[in-house]
Write a protein that binds this ligand. Structure first.
Ligand SMILES: *[C@@H]1O[C@H](CO)[C@@H](O)[C@H](O)[C@H]1NC(C)=O
Ligand SMILES: *[C@@H]1O[C@H](CO)[C@@H](O)[C@H](O)[C@H]1NC(C)=O
Length: 308
């Protein structure tokens, strides 16, 4: 048996060193390491348990911009981090990249339930918006320069983020997705596949698509992110009709005349890729001969997001 004073001292030391360790863990959580992909476990309300990963560049700008990069089906935050050019560009331009990680087996995003298709509805979109708010606050980020992009299921989610949180984003880039609301599950299933939409059979007017997008944040009347829509003309996973429907949706939202775009450019940005400009807030790019495996155009993305 230890004499009482020594016992007390021992207990106190044990207690304070535990407190210090906790404090240290807490500090680490508040400021993730720069220059590598780091998980953030406590970014706020996370109703659907979406994973949050972040890349803070070593060369972080003051008042930095943020890009949210959303992975494809069967992808992960890690896979998108290594399989997309954004972390490399982050070092050049000083922005932060947030990589959400799907909570579902199969790694797709919920773009089908009412919850995710509604602002603050408690779905995946709500969790991703909370990641953005966390990062804006922690890094005193520039709220005027928050961007969103994704590929395939992540592209569908990009359209959903732009529709549910139009105030949060300044610009979006969609690589091979479908319009916001096109994967709707009438049975209100989460994370459901919708083959009517994927096969290009959900066809409607710009006005109707716009109404669907606007209903996701009812009453909102402020500025909305400008959108760039890429799609392969030979896509057999998400049929090319989804390119036209997505362009209709945003043309409708912005009040552009879908049938009379401002400008069409052949071989832009690549040979056989055709660009259509409806106005300063909407450009579509139909990639001739390209299937669902469309290549991210990192350099072009930096232009659309205003870094170069
Ligand atoms: C660091 O960022 C600044 C501005 O954001 C940029 O001009 C510079 O080239 C970057 N440095 C490197 C090593 O990329
Ligand atoms: C698939 O989505 C369309 C809208 O694009 C909707 O009309 C249809 O009911 C959905 N299918 C199912 C099975 O929910």
């Amino acid at each position: 048996m230890l004499p009482l004073p020594i016992l007390l001292t021992t207990l106190l030391c044990a207690f304070s060193s535990t407190a210090l360790t906790l404090q240290h863990e807490h500090a680490k959580q508040l400021l993730p390491r720069a220059g590598s992909l780091e998980q953030i476990t406590d970014f706020g309300d996370n109703p659907t348990n979406v994973g949050m990963y972040i890349y803070v560049p070593n060369n972080l700008s003051s008042n930095p911009a943020i890009i949210v990069g959303i992975h494809w089906c069967s992808g992960t935050a890690q896979a998108y981090y290594t399989g997309s050019p954004y972390a490399t560009y982050a070092e050049q331009h000083g922005f932060i990249v947030i990589y959400p990680d799907s909570p579902y087996e199969g790694g797709c995003w919920d773009v089908s339930s009412q919850a995710t298709l509604t602002r603050d509805g408690g779905g995946n979109s709500n969790s991703i918006a909370n990641m953005v708010k966390w990062a804006v606050e922690k890094y005193e980020a520039d709220e005027e320069r928050v961007f969103v992009t994704g590929l395939s299921s992540g592209a569908m989610m990009t359209n959903v983020m732009a529709a549910t949180y139009p105030d949060l984003f300044a610009a979006g880039i969609v690589y091979a997705g479908v319009p916001a609301g096109c994967f709707l599950s009438t049975a209100d299933e989460k994370n459901a596949w919708n083959s009517t939409c994927s096969q290009g059979n959900s066809i409607t007017t710009p006005e109707h698509w716009a109404a669907i997008a606007k209903a996701m944040d009812p009453g909102y009347d402020g500025p909305r992110p400008k959108m760039q829509i890429y799609h392969g003309s030979q896509d057999t996973t998400l049929y090319p009709q989804n390119y036209y429907e997505t362009c209709k949706q945003w043309a409708g939202v912005f009040g552009y005349e879908y049938d009379s775009p401002e400008e069409t450019k052949k071989d832009t940005p690549l040979a056989n890729w055709a660009s259509t400009v409806w106005g300063e807030k909407l450009t579509g790019v139909l990639a001739g001969g390209v299937d669902h495996g469309i290549q991210i155009q990192g350099k072009e993305d930096m232009v659309w997001f205003g870094f170069t």
